[in-house]
Design a protein around this ligand. Structure first.
Ligand code: SAH
Ligand code: SF4
Ligand code: F3S
Length: 436
């Protein structure tokens, strides 16, 4: 038997990259690779990259620079760049960093085995096409090995929305949905491997149209899979929340009461300049309707501060929207200029002002987040235990609301949904006691 080659893969960016990394490991598994957790003993290093903000993209080059010594020690080491920086910068990566042997864009992962063979022959391999052949027709089966209780499943890719700040429509291409039958087969394989909770992924997951009844239709089809306990989905766009999906939040018991619904800004002028195609008011009305269907829904959002043209009043409008909605969770960012996007050409807000606004916004959001967590204390939630905690005898899992919950429990409960009483609130998690 030949000794397996070792693949070290480092993942940046969103959950879709996490999913893609798993699929790349599986694709290269067929070429005799096994995953290693350390770059030091790897035969191949792959960076699965993110281009969303300048910092994320620049990190790739500093990380690549650190592999110089490894490559000097092991001339057979192959280095590859995958993901959104690969798609956006292509050949430029090899020019800037000659250590790189392989550059592969997100739509070409099924071609990795052939690319790997080419680099073993000493060639450089580059593929940043948006190929006609669908990668999922090649990457058909999931690995049969036993898995943890939660998994991501990409059902939709790409984006046609072209928000004025965002690179995703350029790095991931046009919106494409995987056929429901293909998704259901993969979901069944995941459940057979021990998965109890599936998070459906897409850059605009609720624009999914691989099922005749859209994302809600897919959720209801997944609901029928025995052994699957929980369904989540992310990320959604406000304009694609249709009636059936809103209703499913009230009627589908496997669909968890947590919704990530980014709004970016609370100012209509900024929303218009961002090309979001909705207003602050329409977003708030939408939230009201979803909360009517599912009153205990925990809402999460994304915010950008310092978008070109954002005035003090625009920023105050965002703060007011946050006060009105009351988020249980949120992600917020300073606007970052991205090459090739329309907003990059506009007059920019001063960095110091962005920093100040971000601090104010994050203070408000974290107050809300703590308060929502505080309301959980004394309540009974259901926790899907995922793994052992830091302390002996402790397990950690997630509640319906995606809060991390610690409780004393035997390891045999990993993979089970267990009733738990919340007894304490700490900054990033809740402590609970199992209810017997
Ligand atoms: N498809 C999702 C989000 C994709 S990117 C949606 O439409 O909501 C994730 C988040 O990164 C965005 O919601 C936005 O808040 C942030 N983001 C995207 N481009 C950015 C930029 N140029 N600068 C700062 N934040 C950005
Ligand atoms: Fe980017 Fe907007 Fe598309 Fe989301 S909807 S991925 S923010 S362009
Ligand atoms: Fe980043 Fe690409 Fe995801 S730019 S956020 S890895 S879609």
């Amino acid at each position: 038997m030949t000794t397996p080659k070792k693949l070290f893969i480092k993942t940046y960016g969103c959950q879709m990259n996490v999913y893609d990394s798993e699929r790349m490991v599986e694709a290269l598994g067929g070429e005799g690779y096994v995953e290693t957790k350390s770059a030091d003993d790897a035969d191949m290093i792959l960076l699965n990259t993110c281009h969303i903000r300048e910092k994320a993209a620049e990190k790739v080059y500093s990380e690549l620079g650190r592999f110089k010594d490894l490559k000097a020690e092991n001339p057979n080491l192959k280095i590859g760049v995958a993901g959104c920086v690969a798609q956006a910068e292509g050949e430029e990566i090899m020019r800037r960093q000659p250590l790189v042997d392989l550059v592969v864009g997100p739509q070409s992962y099924h071609r990795l085995p052939a690319m790997e063979k080419a680099v073993q022959q000493g060639a450089k391999a580059l593929d940043t096409d948006f190929p006609e052949d669908d990668k999922f027709d090649t990457l058909t089966k999931r690995a049969k090995t036993k898995r943890g209780p939660t998994a991501f499943l990409t059902v939709q890719e790409g984006c046609d929305k072209f928000c004025a700040f965002c690179v995703v429509p350029y790095t991931r291409g046009a919106e494409v949905s995987r056929p429901a039958a293909q998704v259901l087969k993969e979901a069944q394989e995941l459940v057979d491997a021990g998965v109890r909770e599936i998070t459906l992924l897409g850059q605009n997951v609720n624009a999914y149209h691989g099922h005749e009844k859209g994302l809600a239709g897919l959720i209801w089809a997944l609901d029928k899979i025995d052994g699957l306990a929980r369904i989540r989905f992310t990320t959604s766009h406000p304009n694609d929340m249709d009636d059936a999906l809103i209703e499913a939040h009230g009627t589908c018991t496997k669909l968890m009461p947590y919704l990530h619904l980014p709004v970016q800004s609370g100012s209509d002028a900024i929303l218009k300049a961002m090309n979001r195609k909705h207003t602050a008011e329409s977003y708030i009305r939408l939230i009201e309707r979803i909360r009517e269907a599912r009153p205990d829904l925990l809402l999460s959002g994304d915010f950008i501060v310092g978008f070109p043209g954002e005035t003090d009043q625009d920023f105050e409008d965002t703060m007011n929207l946050i006060r009105e909605v009351n988020y249980g969770q949120a992600y917020s960012f300073k606007y970052s200029t991205r090459p090739g996007t329309p907003a990059a050409e506009r007059a920019q807000v001063a960095e110091a002002l962005k920093t100040e606004r971000l601090a104010n916004l994050q203070a408000l959001l974290s107050t809300q987040q703590r308060a929502v967590q505080e309301t959980m204390v004394g309540r009974e939630v259901r926790v899907l235990f995922e793994k052992t905690g830091r302390q002996e005898g402790q397990l950690i899992g997630k509640s319906e609301y995606l809060h991390a919950v610690y409780a004393d429990a035997p390891a045999s409960l990993i993979g089970q949904v267990v009733p738990v009483r919340i007894i304490a609130n700490s900054p990033n998690s809740l402590a609970g006691q199992c209810i017997q």
